[in-house]
Write a protein that binds this ligand. Structure first.
Ligand SMILES: NC(=O)c1ccc[n+]([C@@H]2O[C@H](COP(=O)([O-])OP(=O)(O)OC[C@H]3O[C@@H](n4cnc5c(N)ncnc54)[C@H](O)[C@@H]3O)[C@@H](O)[C@H]2O)c1
Length: 270
């Protein structure tokens, strides 16, 4: 027992976890898993031993992603639909529970920017920005939390954005949505702290997704501008984001909650 903190027992390592497979026996829901960072996170959690429920609006790409994740050794189910709608989020958690009997990890990755100067947005692009990046997170948390509370164990990890702190060009509306997701996580972290549930945000800066690579071919000056604020002088690899998500989603991160953890090459330092 730690003599300076007698109220909490020593953290027990989950009996099924090993260093090589920290998520062995765990069930993870990953939203927006059809491509990009979400797919990379799903592959990482699969290699780390998790069983997976993957969700996205894009059924065709999601099926291909699920196949790749199965090849990485995981049991996988998929759910297609718009997670900015409450019913879709509820159906996703119900499907995960029916397939695997529990939900240990929720990775709120669905999102993505509609990156425009603020006055160039239309009412439709503004709404889409908030729907994708905030309502998806809110509904998925609300659907997963009762399950995690009943288990007295859960890890929620939301993909936020370091641009909330850097005030990156053309990101105001996106930052409004991501900042809301950051704030939801701190509130939930406090509310569910005694239920064995941690809630954290992993906030990347620019990530080298296929889309960023494509944008760099079309408009290299714009991508150079986004990269100019990163001391390391490059975008993050998707695997660098996935490894932080895997850690925060693990049993080992048992005393980390309510944090925004930037994966940003030093672009903001707090
Ligand atoms: N790529 C970056 O540089 C970067 C930087 C900071 C934060 N992020 C965040 O990381 C996450 C992943 O980014 P990415 O670049 O891989 O994005 P992406 O656009 O390539 O993929 C996002 C996925 O989410 C899905 N999705 C979007 N809205 C959805 C909805 N309503 N319901 C279900 N699925 C939905 C999309 O279909 C897509 O497959 C996002 O939340 C993004 O905002 C990305």
């Amino acid at each position: 027992m730690n003599p300076t903190n007698t109220s909490n027992p020593e953290p027990q390592e989950a009996p099924w976890a090993t260093q090589a497979q920290p998520h062995r026996g765990r069930v993870a829901v990953v939203t927006g898993a059809a491509r990009g960072i979400g797919l990379e996170i799903a592959l990482r959690l699969a290699r780390d031993g998790a069983r997976l429920a993957l969700a996205d609006t894009d059924g065709e790409q999601l099926a291909a992603a699920a196949q790749a994740v199965r090849q990485a050794g995981a049991e996988v189910i998929t759910q297609v639909g718009d997670l900015s709608l409450e019913a879709t989020a509820n159906e996703l958690m119900a499907a995960a529970l029916a397939a695997f009997g529990r939900i240990d990890i929720l990775v709120n990755n669905a999102g993505g920017g509609v990156i425009l100067p603020f006055l160039a947005h239309t009412p439709e692009t503004l709404k889409r920005t908030i729907d994708r990046n905030l309502w998806t997170v809110l509904w998925c948390c609300r659907a997963a939390l009762p399950v995690m509370q009943a288990q007295r164990y859960g890890r929620i990890v939301t993909l936020g954005a370091d641009s909330v702190y850097s005030g990156l060009w053309d990101h105001a509306a996106y930052n409004a949505a991501k900042g809301g997701a950051h704030a939801l996580a701190t509130g939930l972290a406090r509310e569910f702290a005694r239920d064995g549930i941690t809630v954290n945000t992993v906030a990347p800066c620019a990530v080298s997704t296929p889309q960023l690579v494509e944008l760099g071919q079309k408009d290299p000056a714009l991508v150079d501008k986004f990269l100019s604020i990163i001391p390391m002088g490059r975008a993050a690899d998707m695997a660098e984001v996935a490894s932080m998500v895997s850690y925060v989603a693990s049993e080992q991160a048992s005393f980390v909650t309510g944090q925004v953890i930037s994966v940003n090459g030093g672009s903001t330092m707090r």
